[in-house]
Each structure stands twice: as C-alpha cells, then as structure tokens.
Design a protein. Sequence first.
Length: 112
Amino acid sequence: MSCIFCDIAGGKIPSQKVYEDDVMLAFKDLNPQAPVHVLLIPKSHIDSLAQIDGAGAQTVAHMMEKIPAITKTLGCEESFRIVSNCGAQAGQSVMHLHFHLLAGRQFAWPPG
Ligand code: AMP
C-alpha cells in the first residue's frame, strides 16, 4: 500500500528535513498553518494513535523525548503546540501517524 509519509521517510519523496534519526523524521509541512509548522513522523508505518501498541508507544516516547531539542533548533522552545489528528472527523488526511509542531503565532483554544 502506498503511503506518502513512508515515501518521505524512505527518501523517495523530498522533504525539508529539520531532524532525523533511526526512528523518526521531522520535516516542514508543505502547507504551513503557522510560522513554524513541522511534522514529526515515525519511520516505520503506524496509521495513527488509534493503532498504538507497546512497540508503537516506545516509538512515540522517543519522538516526544526529541521535542525539546527540535524546538530549540527551531527557536520556539518557549511556546509551541503539538497536535495529532486521529481519524477523518478529527482532520487526519494522511494515514501515517504524525505530530504537527506549530509555533510562532497565537493559537486559539478550544481549536476550531
Ligand atoms: P493531517 O491533515 O493532520 O493528516 O496532516 C497532514 C499534513 O501533511 C498536512 O498539514 C499537509 O499539509 C501535510 N503534507 C502532505 N503532503 C506533504 C508533503 N509531501 N510534504 C510536507 N507536508 C505534507
């Protein structure tokens, strides 16, 4: 099954990389919703947080652990928002787990 984020993780589709290691990739969103808009994805395919198992939880923990360093690199360590849309009603359009890292403007709460 083709997956655009698997293709980005595998280097078949180019991306503007912000951070990469064996487990994850962070790259700039093509359609930014804020001055800083980066996507954090696991390199191995997971559909969404609805499919997380023990191994997936370790992957997610690794990704969360990298957030302080990534936000420092981006200069937004003081204030940022992490969002993971899960399922169509929540707005998920790419069915490969990803966390939006958004920063650089005022955000509303609750989200629209
Ligand atoms: P979501 O709607 O939560 O599934 O988020 C998917 C995100 O992927 C959207 O913000 C898109 O702008 C972004 N996106 C889709 N294709 C690409 C791509 N090739 N490179 C970077 N971002 C992408």
